[in-house]
Design a protein around this ligand. Structure first.
Ligand SMILES: Cc1cc2nc3c(=O)[nH]c(=O)nc-3n(C[C@H](O)[C@H](O)[C@H](O)COP(=O)(O)OP(=O)(O)OC[C@H]3O[C@@H](n4cnc5c(N)ncnc54)[C@H](O)[C@@H]3O)c2cc1C
Length: 289
């Protein structure tokens, strides 16, 4: 099928892009890598009257690494961030998660910020942003605001981006000292969307006891649910941590749906298994940090 008709805008500056989005209001859509939007248009599941293509704005293709974390511009492709060595050193979870996103050809076009804006609960990057307590910077003509991950994902394929706004960048904070992260997921084939996935963050104290353990869930509810399992795990060295209790806590909190790929019960089961695996991985990394 072909997409429904739309007016195509190809702005040459951020100002022009924001003006085009302001003019289009609720009838406008941003086109970034097109890896999610173009299929939606072709299947006529989306029918915006105006398409604002940001691919001629190279000033948005930046990746900035600082001690506080990594800021990724709206036109930074998955592959660019995945292969960026300073990013991998500053925030290793990003590369781990990006390697699980689709296939290399899709990662060559798809953007990190586009993936967040798309807000698919089956996608890896929203869970990473939620776990790390990151944020998305939104701009409209004359105003900029930073929206924390907690407030950004409002439902399946729904975010806090208002009509007329452009997500200009996303910020992924650096890991706290003595911490480790991990990402585990199960997909039917490598590159497919995950049936379920878990991103984990474990922080230790100077005696290598666990001070906090948190997971963010993929494909296990309408948004990337964050579950603090610190109490379940216990303030203990990781060798004696109660990972099974953490897995139970996550199984009880998730709200998975059934589809043609998996039943809700199977997804809930995976949530527990993956939680235990991801927490153990993250704790190992924290102990070596
Ligand atoms: C076969 C296939 C498999 C895939 N598998 C996975 C997977 O396993 N995991 C995964 O996470 N993703 C997967 N994807 C999706 C891929 O990661 C996309 O790149 C990503 O979802 C969207 O990024 P994009 O730049 O292509 O956005 P686009 O497709 O251009 O846009 C997606 C949506 O976000 C909005 N948007 C984009 N950028 C902005 C912005 N800067 N400001 C405001 N709104 C914006 C658009 O208007 C649109 O509504 C897959 C895609 C395909 C085709």
């Amino acid at each position: 099928m072909k997409p429904p008709p739309f007016e195509y805008h190809a702005p040459r500056s951020l100002g022009e892009a924001l003006d085009a989005l302001a003019g289009a209001g609720e009838h406008g859509k941003v086109l970034a890598g097109g890896q999610s939007l173009i299929p939606l248009l072709n299947m006529r599941l989306a029918a915006p009257a105006h398409l604002v293509d940001i691919n001629r704005l190279p000033e948005l293709a930046f990746v900035d690494v600082a001690p506080e974390g990594v800021r990724v511009g709206a036109l930074a492709r998955h592959a660019q961030v995945e292969r960026h060595e300073p990013v991998a050193a500053a925030q290793p979870l990003l590369r781990r998660a990006l390697r699980l996103v689709a296939h290399p050809v899709i990662r060559n076009r798809g953007t990190v910020v586009g993936s967040l804006a798309h807000a698919d609960p089956a996608a890896e990057l929203p869970a990473v942003l939620a776990l790390l307590g990151g944020s998305v910077r939104l701009a409209r003509s004359g105003a900029v605001r930073d929206v924390p991950a907690d407030d950004f994902f409002t439902g399946p394929l729904e975010s806090a981006i208002d009509p007329g706004e452009l997500a200009v960048s996303a910020f992924f904070p650096a890991p706290p000292p003595r911490s480790g992260t991990a990402f585990r997921e199960i997909a039917r084939r490598h590159g497919d969307y995950a049936l379920a996935g878990i991103a984990a963050l474990v922080v230790l104290d100077d005696d290598l006891r666990i001070t906090s353990a948190t997971v963010a869930c993929v494909s296990l509810g309408p948004v990337p649910l964050l579950v603090d399992v610190s109490e379940a795990v216990g303030h203990r060295p990781s060798a004696s941590a109660d990972w099974a209790s953490a897995a139970r806590a996550v199984r009880e909190r998730v709200d998975p749906e059934a589809d043609i790929h998996a039943t809700a019960a199977y997804r809930r089961h995976l949530a527990g298994v993956l939680t235990e695996q991801a927490l153990r991985d993250a704790a190992r990394e924290a102990a070596d940090a």
